[in-house]
Design a protein around this ligand. Sequence first.
Ligand code: SF4
Ligand code: ZN
Length: 325
Amino acid sequence: MECTKCDKDAVMHAAYSGNYLCETHFLRSVERRVRRRVREDDLLPETATPEDPETWVVGLSGGKDSVVLTDILQDTFAEDPRVEMVALTIHEGIEGYRDESLDACVDLVEDLGLRHEVVAYADEFDLEMDDVAEQDPENMAPCAYCGVFRRDILSRYAEELGADKLLTGHNLDDEAETALMNVLEGNVEQMAKHFDASIGAFDERQDVEGMIPRAKPLRDVPEKEVALYAQLRELPVHMAECPHASESFRGTLQDLLLDLEEHHPGTRHSIMAGYEEFAALAAEKYRGDADDDAESVGECSECGAPTTREVCRKCYLVDAVHAAE
Ligand code: SF4
Ligand code: ZN
């Protein structure tokens, strides 16, 4: 087939838009969507100046999503004195997985000339995810521990690095899966958190518990297109999946969405369009509740992190893993 925009051979067909695109027009269309997101989500406010630039911390795992996001952002903002970018990689201690993906990260940041910080669970918590999965003192999925540890590192390091925004590489499929999951689980509070963690206007979110605003500039790009972009640009990407991945419900939704998309192109986009409105209403409601609860937030007696308990969830889990050793 010929490209819809020129007479070259198409490398892809986007059923949801009806477009066939050649390599050049495809690459351009992905980049345009990311830049539009940066604009529409107001990532770069007018207050950012060469004298007082914004610091963006980009979560870089070495997987295709974060590699493509980092590459496009650096391509767009490397010469812009209003933005300083730092790539942050978390090393969980997963044999045969993280070392390889760290290599991909190092290749990329060297290529782009980007500042890179690597933070390891071993140094931070004196544990590795492989041991956590084996000990499993709380009888949970490995990802349930890992998510708590990761969030702790992201928020502490984002603060330490002086981040104005924390950017992650979630793509359209990830976001539509999370949206569906929240709806099917009837979890309105989670919808509110999801909204505050990625979608909607920053100025309304600035004061959510002093949280550093998150952004997901890749959230309009389907997963397949992210993979094709990485392949065509020959970006260093680590493809393997974490051996502890076990999100079975998410996996089911992933299959369901792919099937829906095949028979009803555009489903992911329409899910997100409607969901964002719902989630905004949910966020408004829960923000009000959070203000009421704010007084009960104290400091963790072990690490000083904000928590409503004596010891925060992260310290509780770290202690539980060490006690089981
Ligand atoms: Fe951690 Fe789960 Fe991701 Fe593996 S799949 S890195 S265990 S959150
Ligand atoms: Zn703590």
